[in-house]
Design a protein around this ligand. Structure first.
Ligand code: NAP
Length: 452
């Protein structure tokens, strides 16, 4: 039996923490990674045609030495995030620049500057080893990981860790990410695994759900109130599907935008009644590459008023260039546009008169601090927010899964089995699962199977 198979066998057999602590950590492990030598492989190729199946490799990489504030985790499952798409198409920049910068920061940082980059910013699994400075976690703990990688010896990390000068996204701006059989992470990325969820259901949430939590609920974001109308672009996508749930759970009214009748059906099944199919409405916010059409913004605003009788208090923005002009226009007087991304382009244009004359705010947001991620994990653990996993892939199929996300062919989240040999394992609180209901937990999968 290989070292990795022994680790899996021990976890499956329910080995004690002490036994798990004595398992051998292999010198190499299987991981999804891109190669520095291939960073120029897409030169001259259109973004859409860059195929992650060609740039994402699954193979052995060396296990680094463990720093005192870190843990080694046996990754049972992980998920695809858009940042793995960015890394695999080497846009907007190859991520090796991030690793090199981290490499120059410290002796421990130097381990990250390699000619391979192990990707992945989500994980569920079991702690195998803890560094000498780790207090709150021990071998055998079942965890999910959030992706905020912060050096807490920097004073800038101590008001809000997302403001830390050296804040990074694990598995995107650091090496040794979660799309692998093993992973290295800081102990302050760990959170208890929701007991009623399987490994893959537990693995898909942290990055997207915590991002949406900070944008909408946390004190650093739009601070949504009960009764708020919240306009959500991509409302069945990764961050959008958690945003929709957070609005419903928090007593607000989501206005969800999607791009097909099938996604409209899914949104309705989630309990979102005010839905806009942007393809069917055929909005043309840009009349040509350089000109926006205000009458199209107005048409969208009118549609929102028809649906909910008012303008949105908050607009949940991430498509970027294609939608920002419309988002600023439709937001209510004194309302907030909260943005965390720019999928369609980051050089943004909007009419500033609509912002200042109506005293609106554009607020930026990026992932979440530990407390926010922890609060979000608690909502998931309590069954108040559900995982939005539509499909599950094996680690060997990571390129296919990334391509689906790249081409906007996936709803919600795509789970990836790493050490977990099959779906459905890892549930330790079946009573809570029964109470919440398979129908709710599996909504996105049922939709993907055509069962809605
Ligand atoms: P996703 O699962 O692909 O969902 C995005 C959704 O946006 C799609 O389902 C699509 O929905 C909609 N969309 C795409 N292009 C659009 C356009 N031009 N106009 C209007 N809607 C459009 O991706 P995700 O995981 O939700 O991530 C979305 C973005 O946020 C990515 O750029 C990602 O990198 C970023 N992100 C940032 C953070 C952060 O911490 N800053 C965290 C997570 C994600 P329809 O086609 O159905 O309308």
């Amino acid at each position: 039996m290989s070292d990795t198979q022994e680790i899996l066998a021990a976890i499956q057999a329910g080995a004690s923490g002490e036994d798990i602590a004595n398992l051998k950590i292999p010198e190499t492990y299987r991981a999804a990674h891109v190669l520095r030598s291939e960073a120029g492989m897409w030169d001259g190729v259109d973004s859409w045609d860059k195929d992650p199946r060609k740039s994402l490799h699954v193979g052995d990489v060396p296990m680094p030495e463990l720093a005192p504030d870190e843990v080694v985790v046996a990754v049972m499952a992980s998920s695809i995030n858009f940042n793995t798409v960015w890394t695999s198409i080497f846009e907007p920049l190859p991520t090796f620049g991030f690793l090199d910068r981290l490499g120059r920061e410290s002796v421990w940082g130097a381990r990250h500057a390699q000619d391979f980059h192990v990707v992945g910013s989500d994980a569920s699994g079991v702690v195998l080893r803890v560094g000498s400075a780790v207090r709150n976690w021990k071998p055998g703990d079942r965890i999910t990981a959030h992706c905020n990688h912060v050096d807490d010896q920097d004073p800038s990390a101590h008001n809000d860790s997302m403001l830390a000068a050296n804040q990074r996204i694990w598995g995107f701006e650091t090496n040794y990410g979660g799309l692998a059989d093993l992973a290295i992470m800081k102990a302050n990325q760990l959170m208890p695994k929701p007991e009623h969820l399987s490994w893959e259901e537990a693995a898909v949430n942290a990055l997207c759900a915590s991002t949406s939590y900070r944008m909408l609920v946390g004190q650093h974001g739009a601070s949504m109130k009960q009764g708020d109308n919240v306009f959500i672009w991509g409302a069945t996508g990764g961050i959008g599907a958690y945003a929709t749930q957070l609005v419903l759970n928090g007593g607000g009214t989501p206005i969800g935008v999607v791009s097909s009748p099938d996604r409209v059906k899914l949104l309705n099944a989630m309990g979102c009644e005010a839905v806009i199919d942007r393809k069917a409405e055929n909005y043309k916010f840009w009349s040509d590459e350089n000109t926006q059409d205000e009458s199209e913004w107005r048409r969208l605003g009118k549609k929102v008023r028809e649906l909910v009788g008012d303008d949105p208090d908050i607009v949940f923005e991430h498509p970027g260039r294609s939608t920002m002009g419309a988002s600023v226009f439709i937001t209510k007087r004194a309302g907030t546009i909260v943005t965390c991304a720019a999928t369609s382009g980051y050089m943004i244009e909007y009419d500033n008169r609509h912002l200042w004359m109506k005293l609106k705010k554009i607020m930026s947001s990026h992932f979440a601090n530990y407390q926010e991620a922890w609060n979000m994990n608690r909502l998931i653990s309590q069954g108040k927010i559900q995982p939005v996993m539509s499909e599950v892939f094996t680690l060997d199929q990571v390129g296919d899964a990334a391509l689906k996300v790249h081409h906007n062919e996936a709803e919600g989240k795509l789970g990836v089995l790493c050490l977990a040999p099959e779906e459905g394992q890892g549930i330790t609180n079946p009573e809570l699962r029964d109470k919440i209901g398979e129908d709710k937990i599996n909504l996105f999968r049922r939709h993907a199977r055509g069962e809605l």
